[in-house]
Design a binder for this molecule. Structure first.
Ligand SMILES: Nc1ncnc2c1ncn2[C@@H]1O[C@H](COP(=O)(O)OP(=O)(O)OP(=O)(O)O)[C@@H](O)[C@H]1O
Length: 659
C-alpha cells in the first residue's frame, strides 16, 4: 500500500475492513434462519477517534452462518486476520425433523397431542437457538469492542510509524545532505589528489626519461665493460698460462726451499755454536770495555799531565797577513823573522838611527808556545788548541783569549768567515760534537749550553737575548761554591747541533750591530765572551763532569796615547785599558803564585767574570794577534811584551771540576 493511501486510512478504522466484512451467504444453521430471527437487530457503537461520529453496526453487517452448514466454523477476524473464538449455534429446523424421524413415525393428522408435543419440542429448540444467538450476539459485541480497540491501537501504531517515518525521512534527508557535502568534499579531495597525482605522474615521467637516459648510458658502459671483460678474460687466460709456468717454477722453488731448510738446519746448528762463542766474546768485550774505561781514565790523566807540562797558561802569537787595502795604501810590512824547531820563536827588527846618524838594526826576539806566521791557516791554529777543547770535555775550565790591538786579527781568529776560514769558536764546537759522539761509546753523554756576552764600558750585555732589551737589563756575575759562574738573566742556548752555533753567532753579531752605530767600531771597543758549558754524564761509571770553554775576543789593546781619543771614546779607551791592565795584574798575581795570595779578580768585570777560568783549576791560552805593518810596530812590541809576561805565568795545577 502506498504511503498516501495509508495516511488516509490512518484517519480512522479501515472501514472497508470493519464495515464490510465478508458475508457468508450461507446460514449458520442447517436450515434457513426464520425471518423473525433475521429481524433481530444488534446495535454496535464504534468510536473511531475522539471527535468522530459514532457509527452503528447492524446485524446485516455481521457475518451470518450459512444455513446449510451444520459444522462449527470458526469466524475469521477480518481486522486482525486472526481466528475468532466465536462459534455459531449448531441447532436447526432440520434437526427437529431429524429428531422426529429418529424418535417416531410421522404423526397422523389426528395425533394432535403428538404433534403439539413435537411443536413444543421445536419451540424449545428455537428458544435455545435464540438464546444461543443472543449469546453469540453478545460475544460478537465483545469481539467488536476488542476489534475496535485493536483498530485504535493499530491507528496509534500507524501514527507512530508515520511519525517515525517522518523522522527517518528527515534524518535520511539530512544524511543525504551530509553525504552530498561529503561527496562534494571527496570530489574536491579527489580533484586535488588527482592534481597531485598528475604532478607525480609528470615527475615520474621525467624520472622515467632520466632513467631511460641512464639506462642508455649504463648500456653503453655495459657494452664497454663487456669488451673489457672479454679483454680481461683473454688476460686471465694468459695469466693462467703464466700461472702454470710459475707453478712449475714454484715447484722447483719448493724443492729449493726444502734444500735451503736443510741448509738452514745445519746453519742453525752452526749458529748455536756461534752463540756460544758470542757469549764468550761478550764476556771478553765486557772486560775490554772495563779496560777501555780504565784506559779512558788514563788518557784523561795523561792528557792533563801533558797539558800541565805544556803549562796551564800558554801563549800563541799570530801574525796576520797584510790585507789588500793596506797594500794598496802602500803599507810597509815590518821586519819579522820566524824560527825555532817548534815554530815557537820570532824576532822583530827595526832600523834605528843614532844621534850620529848611524843606522843600526835593533832586534826584539820573542819566544812563545807557538808562533803562527802570516801564512798560517785557521786549521793549523786550531790543531794546537784542540787539545784544550778536549780538556774542556774532560771537565776542566778552559779560557782562550785573543789579545791585540784593533785590526790585528782577533775576531778573524776567534770567529772567522764562514766555510774554510771559520775561526776557533765554530771549530771548537765542531770538535766537541765529534768527540762527544766518540765518547758515547765509552758511555759518556754530553749536553752543551752556550752563552754569548759583551763587556762594554764595564757593563755586561746579553748578545743572545731580545735585541730590544739590549743594554736595558743589568746582569750580575755570581760564583757558586761548586765553581760554576752564573750571570743573571743571561740567555742560555742549548747547542744540540753545529748549525745552532752558526745561528747563535749570527744572533750575537746582530745584537752587537743593534747596540752600536758602527759594528766594527763597537767590536773593537768591547770584550766579547762566548761561554760554552759542557755537561758530561757517564751512567756506567757514575762520573759526571762540567767543563767550561771560554773564548774571549778582547777589545783593542792600543795605548791611550796612541789612540788619541777624547770624550766618550776616551772613556771607552780608559775602560778597556783598565780591564786589560786588570787582566795583566791578575796574571801577574797568579805568576807570583803565592798560596792563598790575593788575586785581584774583582778589579774589572772581565777578570771577575773569568775568575774560575783564570785560577788554579783552569787552562788558559792567549792568542797574541799582531799586525804585520811597520806603522803598528810599537803597538806590536807592546802586545808581544804583554804576552811574554803572561807566558811566564805558571798557574797552579789544574783541578778537574766535578758536579
Ligand atoms: N789570518 C788572517 N788572514 C787573513 N785576513 C786576516 C787575518 N787576520 C785578520 N785578517 C783581516 O784583517 C782585518 C782585521 O781583522 P779583525 O777584524 O779580525 O781584527 P780585530 O783585531 O778583531 O779588530 P777589532 O779589534 O777592531 O775587532 C779583517 O779584514 C780581517 O779579515
Amino acid at each position: 500500500m502506498d504511503l498516501k493511501k495509508r495516511k488516509r486510512d490512518s484517519q480512522g478504522v479501515d472501514k472497508s475492513r470493519i464495515a464490510r466484512p465478508r458475508i457468508d451467504s450461507r446460514p449458520p444453521f442447517g436450515r434457513s434462519i426464520p425471518a423473525q430471527t433475521n429481524s433481530t437487530t444488534a446495535s454496535i457503537r464504534i468510536n473511531n477517534r475522539p471527535g468522530q461520529s459514532t457509527k452503528s453496526l447492524t446485524s446485516s453487517s455481521i457475518t451470518r452462518p450459512t444455513a446449510s452448514s451444520s459444522q462449527r466454523i470458526p469466524l475469521k477476524d477480518r481486522v486482525t486476520g486472526s481466528r475468532s473464538t466465536l462459534y455459531e449455534p449448531t441447532t436447526s429446523r432440520s434437526s427437529v425433523t431429524q429428531i422426529q424421524n429418529k424418535t417416531a413415525k410421522p404423526r397422523a393428522q389426528w395425533d394432535l397431542r403428538g404433534r403439539i408435543g413435537d411443536m413444543q419440542t421445536v419451540l424449545e429448540d428455537n428458544q435455545n437457538k435464540i438464546e444461543e444467538s443472543s449469546e453469540y450476539q453478545k460475544r460478537l459485541m465483545t469481539d467488536v469492542v476488542d476489534k475496535r480497540s485493536q483498530a485504535m491501537e493499530a491507528a496509534r501504531r500507524v501514527a507512530e510509524l508515520e511519525a517515525l517515518k517522518q523522522e527517518k525521512q528527515k534524518s535520511f534527508e539530512q544524511e543525504i545532505e551530509r553525504m552530498k557535502a561529503q561527496h562534494h568534499r571527496d570530489n574536491k579531495d579527489l580533484e586535488n589528489k588527482d592534481k597531485v597525482n598528475k604532478e607525480k605522474v609528470d615527475g615520474l615521467k621525467a624520472q622515467c626519461i632520466e632513467i631511460q637516459d641512464n639506462t642508455i648510458g649504463l648500456q653503453t658502459q655495459l657494452d664497454q665493460t663487456l669488451v673489457e671483460s672479454a679483454t680481461l678474460k683473454a688476460t686471465v687466460a694468459k695469466t693462467s698460462a703464466k700461472y702454470s709456468e710459475k707453478d712449475a717454477e714454484f715447484s722447483v722453488l719448493r724443492m729449493e726451499v726444502k734444500r735451503l731448510d736443510e741448509s738452514l738446519a745445519s746453519r742453525e746448528k752452526a749458529l748455536e755454536d756461534v752463540q756460544v762463542n758470542l757469549k764468550d766474546e761478550r764476556q771478553k768485550l765486557k772486560s775490554l770495555e772495563t779496560k777501555l774505561l780504565d784506559e779512558e781514565k788514563m788518557r784523561r790523566k795523561l792528557h792533563n799531565s801533558i797539558q800541565e807540562l805544556k803549562g796551564n797558561i800558554r801563549v800563541f802569537c799570530r801574525v796576520r797577513p797584510p790585507v789588500a787595502s793596506e797594500m794598496a795604501n802602500h803599507g810597509k810590512v815590518a821586519s819579522m823573522r820566524f824560527y825555532g824547531d817548534d815554530n815557537d820563536k820570532m824576532e822583530l827588527s827595526e832600523e834605528v838611527s843614532s844621534t850620529l846618524g848611524k843606522v843600526t838594526t835593533k832586534s826584539y826576539p820573542f819566544s812563545f808556545d807557538k808562533v803562527f806566521p802570516p801564512e798560517s791557516t785557521q786549521e793549523e791554529c786550531f790543531e794546537e788548541i784542540s787539545q784544550l777543547v778536549q780538556s774542556a770535555l774532560d771537565g776542566y775550565n778552559v779560557c782562550i783569549f785573543a789579545y791585540g790591538q784593533t785590526g790585528s786579527g782577533k775576531t778573524y781568529t776567534m770567529e772567522g768567515p764562514p766555510g774554510a776560514g771559520k775561526g776557533m769558536i765554530p771549530r771548537a764546537v765542531q770538535q766537541i760534537y765529534q768527540v762527544a759522539q766518540q765518547l758515547n761509546e765509552s758511555n759518556w753523554h754530553y749536553t752543551m749550553e752556550g752563552q754569548f756576552m759583551e763587556i762594554y764600558n764595564e757593563t755586561v750585555h746579553d748578545l743572545l737575548g731580545d735585541c730590544s732589551n739590549y743594554g736595558k737589563i743589568k746582569h750580575d756575575i755570581r760564583h757558586e761554591k761548586s765553581g760554576k759562574t752564573v750571570i743573571t738573566d743571561m740567555t742560555s742556548v742549548l747547542l744540540d747541533s753545529p748549525a745552532r752555533v752558526n745561528t747563535m753567532l749570527r744572533k750575537a753579531s746582530q745584537n752587537r750591530a743593534t747596540g752600536a752605530t758602527n759594528m766594527n767600531e763597537r767590536s773593537s771597543r768591547s770584550h766579547s765572551v762566548f761561554m760554552l758549558r759542557l755537561n758530561g754524564d757517564n751512567p756506567v761509571t757514575g762520573e759526571r763532569t762540567t767543563g767550561v770553554l771560554n773564548l774571549i775576543d778582547l777589545a783593542g789593546s792600543e795605548r791611550l796615547a796612541m789612540s788619541g781619543s777624547t770624550g766618550n771614546r776616551l772613556k771607552e779607551t780608559q775602560a778597556i785599558n783598565k780591564s786589560l791592565s786588570c787582566l795583566g795584574d791578575v796574571i801577574s798575581a797568579l805568576l807570583n803564585n803565592k798560596e792563598g795570595g790575593h788575586i785581584p779578580y774583582r778589579n774589572s768585570k772581565l777578570t771577575y767574570l773569568l775568575q774560575n777560568s783564570l785560577g788554579g783549576n783552569s787552562k788558559t791560552l792567549m792568542f797574541v794577534n799582531i799586525s804585520p805593518l811597520s806603522e803598528h810596530f810599537n803597538e806590536t812590541l807592546c802586545s808581544l811584551r804583554f804576552a811574554t809576561k803572561v807566558n811566564s805565568c805558571r798557574i797552579g795545577t789544574a783541578r778537574r771540576l766535578t758536579r
